[in-house]
Design a protein around this ligand. Sequence first.
Ligand SMILES: [Zn+2]
Ligand SMILES: [Zn+2]
Length: 309
Amino acid sequence: MGRKQFLAASTSIVLLVLSLTNCKTKSDSDEENLLLLAALSSSTKICANSNTSFTGTSVVNGTATLDTNTDCITGMTSSMSSDLPAWIRNNFKCAVGSVSGSNYIFRSQNVPNTKSFYFGSTSPMYESLAAGKKSAGNNQIQSQCLIYTIPSTPTVNAGTKVGTQSGYVSVGITVNGLAIFNNAAAAPDTLATEAQTFDRYNGHPQSSGVYHHHSQPLNITNDSAALVGILLDGYPVYGLKCDQATASTADDAEPGTGTPALDAYHGHTANTILFPGGIYHYHYAYDATATINTLIGSSFNGNPGTASN
Ligand SMILES: [Zn+2]
Ligand SMILES: [Zn+2]
């Protein structure tokens, strides 16, 4: 397009973003990037545009209930294809997982399988915020169509590390199909301030309804060695502790006790139950930028794949 049209288009996008931004009280810088991407695409996310990307019926908060068979919201597809490795097949749900060439593909409607204030008070999945918490503006959970393309053979990035604050719609997916966000908050805030809006499971939606975790998902792990999910570079992310490759939880310990200490990216290489031969992996850990514990720091150690919505 010509310069004039470009300027006109840019202006309308900026105005749209500004008007949407006004709806919220606080914003993470990653969330603002996501907002821009959301403004450029359709606001209706049904994920049914082809057989291969079908992830179930669009979730309506007013009628959302939990399917006791899948432990996901009724109507959502929860399937992991048989060619996925066991550590994914046996642990991930509430999304559609498959293998495509040298990548894992996850498609997710990104609706939490736990009650949340952010379903809205008319939803069967609603619960009030805990004492001392405050609402993240008028933000409510909305059905999304997140598509992750994640390398199945992760590799350490030997060059300049890729920042996690580069406009990603999500930097990873949890074992229950939810977006992982980075350690960012809009200056001068830190995530310690943002954390005041987390629901009972440490999640909240941004202004286009993408529910996400910056910090440990409390329905998956509460300072344990549980697998939390996979980040965009293909490395798994765990809770606060490392399982030391034993089924016993008595010897679970924070990295640095029986295992190497964490590097600047919240990661280390150690044996785990799921990877008895050892693998580089991340841990939920204290982050100096966020000033709270987060699932990822400011950069990926590996070469990240992509996420779209
Ligand atoms: Zn957030
Ligand atoms: Zn570990």
